[in-house]
Design a protein around this ligand. Structure first.
Ligand code: MOS
Length: 691
């Protein structure tokens, strides 16, 4: 080891990004490149009865108008949201019904406005309630999690508990809204399809395109050199890439499809709304006897996605009698999908708020309540934890935050018109890892080239992988070059599930380790082409573990609630994490702080409103969907424990990309309760709700 891992190494692509030379998917100006603009359905349910393209085709510069009437027929995709322009059915408002291709973006946009689409509209049903007649228990929740788990007699145990909390929470639909919209540039060349796309994983994009366009994968190249965020919404291919490939084939030109921001809420996924009912029963000492978490959510008519929000309740606390249930209703809404910490973020908001309410019932410190319910093994599976350290995070956070001596009585700290309060919540996120491949080459000039199809979605993946490679090779970081972001490279899984670094890093580690050993055996000068080693972690990274593997954390928040305006300001936000070995102190901090910032948005400002009459989300851009801005963030700190865990991967790392969002909303909500004495159970905590 040369000590690269753990160091706060600077992002390798930072200069390119700041200087504007890093190219994103819309910035490949191939000669003759055309632009496209989609046409979105204006009914929430029904059929297209006609597409009049005459006016659009008359707009100067318009090259083609594609609709289900003339678009190329594609093979049926596994993901129904990608079957664009294939039939006249409209499953939700905002579904694409046409695409205008033109010489310029302006002409494409003008053309799209001139397309006349007529519909047969049908009555729609878009409002989720826990008692919606369409609610059913699915086979499984997202992530392949069982929809229902039950142990013991939770109803009986709850009924006879000394202390009880029976509460309902609601988390609204949330949208990922990455800074760079979903964008693809495609061109066809000698029967090959070449695509630049904004995706969390180009390998999956290539698989989908091969199927849809009936091409062997070898004839498709997909690259994603730089990606302006995804937060889960680019974890699966989106309509932009299908439309770009189709339009390029139809026009014989390279075509860029950069989805307009206002199209995204309907076609790029969202975190489905979750209605939670939590029942916690405890004895006088605060030991949980019963834990029941039931979640109701929605999905679309065309795709079942069930936000797995009751899953963290299977991991967190010891309770002999327990039940976790997911229910779903298929409505005429856009298809929900992955969003940062899927399941965990809304689930832990509800669970950690309910734990705070239980602490209040018991007159017990909320940290002490969690200490008393620390399980010996993972409650649901009975597996031992590979490492946990939640209590250490709570204690370290308590020390740093100055929790001791806190007056637990709500509504007692006042500063003029402001009510002040503090809150705490736990966080967890599962350790995920997938098989990956990587190649490493030693060159004659003493440098090394490491190649793997990782995707850097803004996390600093290049930098961290170079650090892992340098240490495995036993050479300084500067001597390791890295290539990521193309299907031409050794195959690798997506940047998602907080699993990218662990998955790619494992393969990079193994390839570099193998190369180091080969070099040690080698005598004399290297051959002209250098020396190569490859690694494939299939069968290793995907091996079933005998251990429950999760990252844990503790979030602390201090808020000021304005009794005149109803505004909640977060003065301090602190996170302490136990996430295995931290591979780069700088990029890791950035990930944690980014997650916490997104959690602050979830707590205070973010939310999409389903308009019952219109059948669509009301918020469609960043002027109406409020993500936190710098002025919303005061003091925000992320710390971590040095956690050693040999049961993860050769680096000893856990995922860090998502856990920051997990406990933050509950910590803020609990602080608002502490400040005001009022328990608000519906996010976001906007002034209209607070007053
Ligand atoms: Mo994350 S929602 O797995 O990109």
């Amino acid at each position: 080891m040369t000590g690269s891992v753990g160091a706060p190494a600077e992002r390798r692509e930072g200069r390119e990004k700041v200087g504007g030379t890093a190219r994103y998917a819309a910035e490949f100006h191939d000669p003759g490149r055309a632009q496209a603009w989609p046409v979105s359905a204006r009914v929430a349910r029904g059929r297209v009865t006609g597409v009049d393209t005459a006016d659009a085709l008359a707009v100067p510069g318009v090259l083609a108008v594609l609709s289900h009437e003339n678009a190329p027929r594609l093979a049926e995709p596994d993901d129904p949201t990608l079957a664009v322009l294939q039939n006249p059915r409209v499953p939700h408002r905002g579904w694409f019904v046409a695409l205008v291709v033109a010489e310029t973006l302006e002409a494409a946009r003008a053309g799209a406005a001139a397309v006349r689409v007529t519909y047969d509209a049908e009555a729609h049903d878009v409002v989720l309630t826990a008692s919606h007649p369409g609610v059913y228990v699915p086979e499984e929740a997202s992530g392949g999690q069982p929809a229902v788990r039950e142990q013991g007699d939770p109803d009986g145990a709850f009924g006879s508990s000394a202390a009880r909390v029976d509460v309902a929470y609601r988390v609204p639909p949330l949208h990922n809204h990455p800074m760079e919209p979903h964008t693809s540039t495609a061109r066809w060349e000698d029967g090959r399809l070449l695509v630049h796309t904004s995706s969390q994983g180009t390998g999956a994009v290539r698989v989908v395109l091969a199927k849809l366009f009936d091409l062997p994968e070898e004839r498709i190249v997909v690259t994603a050199e730089h990606v302006g965020g995804g937060f889960g919404s680019k974890g699966t291919p989106r309509p932009d890439v299908v439309l770009a490939a189709m339009a390029a084939r139809e026009t014989g030109r390279p075509v860029t499809v950069a989805l307009p921001r206002r199209c995204l809420p309907a076609v790029a996924g969202h975190r489905a709304p979750t209605l939670h009912r939590l029942r916690l029963g405890a004895d006088e000492d605060g030991r949980l006897t019963a834990l029941v978490h039931e979640v109701t959510t929605h999905t679309s008519r065309i795709k079942e996605y069930v936000e797995h929000a009751a899953v963290p309740a299977r991991v967190m606390y010891a309770a002999p009698h327990r039940r976790t249930v997911h229910r779903v209703a298929a409505l005429d809404v856009p298809s929900p999908s992955w969003m940062r910490a899927p399941g965990q973020a809304p689930g832990m908001y509800a669970l950690e708020s309910a734990m705070d309410e239980l602490a209040g019932e018991l007159g017990m410190d909320p940290i002490e309540l969690r200490v008393r319910n620390e399980p010996d093994v993972e409650p649901d599976s009975g597996k031992p934890f590979s490492s946990r350290h939640l209590i250490d995070c709570l204690r370290e956070g308590s020390r740093r935050f100055g929790w001791d001596g806190r007056d637990p009585r709500p509504g007692t700290r006042r500063d003029g018109p402001l009510l002040l309060g503090t809150g705490v919540a736990a966080a967890t996120y599962p350790v995920m890892v997938s098989p990956s491949t990587a190649a490493a080459r030693a060159l004659r000039d003493g440098t090394f080239l490491v190649r793997t199809n990782a995707t850097d979605i803004g996390t600093g993946a290049r930098t961290v992988l170079a650090q892992v490679g340098a240490d495995a090779l036993g050479v300084p970081l500067e001597r390791v070059r890295i290539e990521v972001g193309s299907t031409e490279l050794p195959s690798a899984p997506l940047a998602g599930d907080s699993s990218g670094t662990a998955s790619w890093g494992w393969a990079v580690h193994d390839a570099c380790d193998r190369l180091a050993r080969r070099l040690a055996e080698h005598t004399g000068p290297l051959p002209e082409e250098g020396l190569d080693a490859r690694a494939d972690t299939k069968g290793v990274a995907d091996a079933e573990s005998d251990f429950a593997r999760h990252a844990f954390g503790a979030h602390f928040a201090e808020v000021a609630v304005d009794t005149v305006t109803g505004e909640v300001r977060v003065g301090r936000l602190l996170g302490v994490y136990a996430a295995g070995r931290i591979l780069n102190a700088r990029t890791a901090r950035s990930q944690f702080v980014g997650g916490m910032t997104m959690g602050l948005g979830m707590a205070l400002t973010e939310g999409s409103t389903m308009d019952a009459a219109f059948g669509d989300f009301t918020e469609s851009d960043l002027a109406s969907y409020h993500v936190p801005v710098h002025a919303d963030i005061a003091e925000i700190e992320a710390h971590w424990l040095d956690e050693e865990d040999s049961r993860l991967n050769p680096m000893g790392s856990k995922g860090i990309g998502e856990i920051g969002i997990v406990g933050t909303p509950a910590a803020i909500g609990n602080a608002v309760h502490h400040a005001t004495g009022v328990r608000l159970r519906e996010l976001p905590l906007t002034p209209d709700r607070v007053l």
